[in-house]
Design a protein around this ligand. Structure first.
Ligand code: SF4
Length: 90
């Protein structure tokens, strides 16, 4: 289960090609010019099963082409590293 802030479909700014971007909730860094301040708080977010993330990725796969894919952003994704390891093993 990942605590997700939001999904962005067909993203073109967070990696090569067209991507599904998964913004995770929560970050302990305090970057002066935070890019996503609404993802900082560890409160809120939506607990999301890994299979739901995989389902979205599979649905959007036809749009990824050769260089697109899935980007995990946040927030600070490594706070949920254990779950992400499971996700990327799939
Ligand atoms: S969400 Fe990103 S930019 Fe914002 S404080 Fe955390 S690491 Fe820095």
């Amino acid at each position: 289960m990942l605590n997700v802030h939001s999904f962005e479909s067909l993203g073109t700014y967070d990696g090569p090609g067209i991507r599904l971007v998964v913004f995770l909730q929560g970050c302990a860094f305090k970057c002066l010019y935070c890019a996503n301040p609404d993802t900082i708080t560890f409160k809120g977010g939506t607990p999301t099963p890994l299979e739901e993330v995989m389902r979205k990725a599979r649905n959007q796969r036809p749009f990824f082409g050769k260089i697109g894919g899935v980007t995990i952003s946040g927030g600070e994704p490594l706070w949920q590293a254990a779950e992400l390891k499971k996700l990327f093993r799939n």
